[in-house]
Design a protein around this ligand. Structure first.
Ligand SMILES: [Zn+2]
Length: 479
């Protein structure tokens, strides 16, 4: 597909890293060429010439930019990204080695502004938030695996006081560290809901597929069949006023690791890690309070597994919701595993990889959808697409890995990144729910096209995933 000058120019204005490598930007006035994502000052359109390769830009007499290193990128190397990824790996391995965000900036070798920008771009988080979640994750690991006293454990995870440990741990997990430790012995636990949590909106979302065989909503009880640590289990959530009571059932009894994994699934369904207040402040600052009115605490519910998101993002392409639900039901009925109690576990990637795509045709899968689904499952089964690793990757790396999967375009990739990998600043470009809501929110004459959607959504950065969640609710009646 050829892009026009103005399409490429709009990507350049958006500093959109998704287009790195697809073209290079030559600035005739400075004699320099860049990646589309370069944050250097934006040239006027008449001074820009686009090149398909670095070589062609150099042949035109231009030099590579020293800020975005287009040649390194073209060679498959991305030293700036790699240095940030190495730093993040270090933070996650030893969060106690970084007393605060200033220590991260110092270690990065970049200035504070640039370091902050790079974390936002590649992890959709500030250095401080990433450090905090690394500390909480380290603490969770220690709580389940050992018997250290809380004071020692809190220091080992990098918290500077027991009270800050408690406060941050509770906010991120909806329970105290001691209750989290009890997951080792009890199949039931409670998760506190943040104040003002819009439970009704979440229940509506959880119940949007009434035909589903893998999940079931009955009143205020939601059950979902999930693979936990490699074997199937049912996680049951009962929503009370300000708390969710959870029960984990697995054949032969759930292990401590499975219960900890179940807690992770519940925290994801509730979206506890998301900065809902930040999104509300942003909407108000933009004069768009209408977007968040009536549901300020809204989160974007996460799929129970990445495979779940992957299957759904392929099935859901270019068809309406009821038909997508029907296809999923047929797939699960034919190839999933029925558990005691009647719910089904999704077919594993290995099972899907073994299906002949032709066998999905009688279920009304188009030939293309069947090929895409089985093809993606084969990549997972053969270890060429590591779904578990995606969650720990930088957003940039995860996006590249997903875009290389046949059948995943920008819509599916962004959908997966926001709904299954938890990235905070994604836009599923081309989503009709988003474009029609933008049209009514901003009183546009028509639905914005892909370029206009990117431009309009840019004001919601760094909360574009949550802005999308609100847009999906905008034209629906209050539940
Ligand atoms: Zn540049």
């Amino acid at each position: 597909m050829r892009m026009t000058h103005s399409q490429m120019y709009s990507r350049l204005l958006a500093s959109d890293p998704a287009w790195n490598g697809r073209f290079f930007t030559g600035v005739l006035t400075t004699g320099i060429y860049c990646l589309p994502s370069c944050k250097a000052r934006k040239p006027k359109p008449e001074n820009v010439k686009f090149f398909p390769t670095c070589d062609s830009a150099r042949e035109a007499g231009l030099r590579p930019c020293k800020k975005c290193h287009p040649d390194d990128f073209a060679l498959g190397a991305d030293p700036v990204l790699e240095s940030i990824e190495a730093l993040v790996a270090e933070i996650r391995a030893r969060p106690d080695g970084f007393p605060d965000a200033r220590a991260i900036v110092r270690r990065s070798g970049f200035g504070p502004t640039r370091c902050f920008e790079l974390f936002r771009l590649h992890y959709h988080q500030t250095p401080a938030d990433l450090l905090l979640s690394a500390k909480v994750t380290a603490a969770k690991r220690l709580l389940v695996s050992g018997d250290k006293a809380l004071a020692e454990l809190s220091a080992d995870s990098g918290f500077d006081s027991l009270s800050s440990f408690h406060e941050h741990f509770r906010a991120a997990n909806g329970m105290t560290p001691s209750d989290y430790r009890s997951l080792r012995s009890a199949d039931t636990f409670e998760v506190d809901l943040p104040q003002g949590y819009p439970t009704k909106h979440l229940l509506r979302t959880l119940g949007r597929d009434p035909q589903s065989l893998t999940e079931r909503l009955t009143g205020r009880v939601y059950e979902t069949a999930v693979a936990l640590e490699g074997s199937s289990a049912v996680v049951r959530l009962e929503f009370a006023e300000s708390v969710v009571r959870v029960r984990v059932s697995a054949e032969g009894g759930a292990t401590a690791e499975q219960r900890a994994a179940a807690h992770g699934v519940v925290a994801g369904i509730l979206g506890l890690a998301q900065d809902a207040p930040g999104m509300v402040r942003l909407a108000r600052r933009l004069g768009l309070a209408r977007l968040v009115a009536g549901r300020p605490g809204l989160r974007l519910t996460q799929t129970p597994s990445v495979l779940d998101g992957l299957i759904w993002s392929i099935i859901g392409q270019q068809i309406n919701l009821p038909f997508a639900c029907t296809l999923k039901r047929r797939l699960v009925e034919a190839h999933g595993t029925r558990l005691a109690g009647g719910l089904y576990c999704l077919p594993s990637a290995g099972t899907l990889a073994g299906i002949d795509p032709c066998d999905l045709r009688p279920l009304q899968f188009s030939r293309q959808k069947a090929d895409y689904l089985v093809g993606a499952a084969r990549l997972v089964a053969e270890g060429r697409l590591d779904l578990a690793a995606l969650r720990g990757m930088s957003a940039t790396r995860a996006e590249r890995a997903l875009l290389s999967v046949r059948g995943l375009g920008p819509w599916s990739v962004n959908y997966l990144m926001m709904r299954s990998l938890g990235f905070a600043d994604c836009v599923p470009v081309g989503d009709t729910g988003v474009t029609s809501a933008l049209r009514s929110l901003l009183r546009l004459e028509e639905r914005p096209d892909a370029d206009a959607t990117r431009r309009l959504m840019s004001v919601f950065s760094p909360h574009r995933s949550l802005a999308t969640a609100h847009l999906w609710q905008l034209n629906q009646p209050d539940p």
